[in-house]
Design a protein around this ligand. Structure first.
Ligand code: FES
Length: 380
């Protein structure tokens, strides 16, 4: 072994790489030199921007880097808090106070905070690399072939050496700030993945939001079918011509304006009221348990597609087929709205309807199955 980490002389004078035993005796600096020489790398220039540790200029630069990581930590913390505690439940336009605005700000706020946190981590890393890492220019010749043991060992030494030369060990402020920034961001990523488990969608048991819709009436008061217009207009059989369709929403006479508005905007409210053409009623196939759900040739089905929840209301009156425009699922309205084409696999839930003494449609109860796409806990 030559003692400076380079290749050794063989018996015939040719240079040979050091043995594994030789390698184990070399210092890190020697391994670095050996690795650089073996890779044909020449360091043209290398200078530490702060050769004297602890100068005011160095501290100032450190604080500049740390500022970015602290911003990352604060933004990450803000993201966590907003993600978990910002009022995220849908508040329709016209809700009291600023509820609608607060609801609308939810996504921009968490996006902005997460973005700032990621940006600040990146900015801090770049400023650190540019201002505090040794400035080095190296030239390497290109070569082919697989790496030998000597290359692997020396590469490891070079990487370790780079870490040591970066002087990160003596920059505790940056280490702590970077640790806080990356740590909070990491926790944020975890919360992003697991946060849904914190909010329990089954709060309320049998009355949980996924089981019931605004069509349910707890006190026996009728829930009428109304049109979407601002002035509340209740649906009546004479409103619809044969072969036509109307979108209706739940309405109770005792509801305040705010309650009525909330029901109008609830995602599981929209219902299609369909009047079949003459002659089609005789072809209808009823679903078991739903034979009394219709009123004459009027049928009411949830408008929310059972595939991914789009509003499905492209009705072809001649064939009594309903098309969902999102992924082209088709539902046969003469056979309890069962899917006959496309990715949807479940029939649209049917709303039981009747007409009261005054001639207005009302719901004879809530849907008997959940509205919309599938979820793990649903039984149908
Ligand atoms: Fe209706 Fe996909 S959401 S077909």
């Amino acid at each position: 072994m030559s003692g400076h980490g380079g290749p050794t002389e063989g018996p015939t004078g040719q240079r040979r790489p050091p043995s594994d035993a030789d390698l184990s005796t070399l210092s890190r600096e020697e391994l670095v030199r050996l690795g650089l020489a073996a890779d044909g790398v020449t360091i043209v220039r290398q200078e530490d921007p702060f050769p004297v540790p602890g100068t005011r200029a160095e501290k100032r630069t450190e604080r500049k880097v740390a500022r970015w990581f602290i911003i990352a930590a604060l933004a990450g913390l803000g993201f966590l808090v907003a993600f978990l505690f910002w009022p995220w439940e849908y508040a329709p336009p016209g809700s009291p106070g600023s509820q609608h605005l607060i609801y609308q700000l939810y996504t921009p706020i968490i996006g902005l905070l997460l973005g700032v946190s990621v940006y600040a981590i990146g900015a801090g890393t770049i400023v650190y690399a540019k201002s505090l890492l040794p400035h080095e220019t190296a030239v390497q010749e290109r070569h082919t072939g697989s790496s030998a043991e000597v290359d692997r060992v020396t590469t490891t030494a070079i990487l370790t050496d780079t870490g040591a030369r970066s002087n990160i060990g003596r920059r505790s402020l940056i280490k702590r700030a970077a640790g806080a920034g990356a740590g909070v961001l990491g926790v944020g990523a975890g919360v992003l993945a697991l946060g849904g488990l914190v909010r329990n969608p089954w709060q309320g048991g049998a009355n949980a939001a996924l089981w019931v819709t605004p069509w349910r009436s707890d006190n026996g008061e009728p829930v009428y079918l109304r049109y979407e217009e601002h002035d509340i207009t209740l649906a009546r059989p004479e409103d619809l011509a044969a072969g036509s369709i109307a979108t209706v929403f739940p309405y109770k006479r005792s509801w305040s304006e705010e309650e009525a508005h909330k029901a109008l905007r609830a995602s599981d409210s929209p219902v299609m009221l369909i009047r079949l053409r003459p002659g089609q009623a005789a072809q209808v196939i009823q679903r078991e348990g739903q034979v009394n759900f219709h009123y004459g040739d009027f049928y009411a089905y949830s408008k929310i597609c059972t595939h991914l929840g789009c509003p499905a209301s492209l009705y072809e009156a001649q064939t009594a087929r309903l098309l969902c425009p999102c992924h082209q699922s088709q539902f046969d309205m003469l056979a309890y709205a069962k899917p006959i084409f496309g990715p949807a696999t479940r029939a649209l839930p049917q709303l039981p309807i009747d007409v009261d003494d005054e001639g207005y449609f009302y719901a004879n109860g809530d849907f008997i199955e959940p509205v919309g796409p599938a979820f793990w806990e649903r039984r149908s």
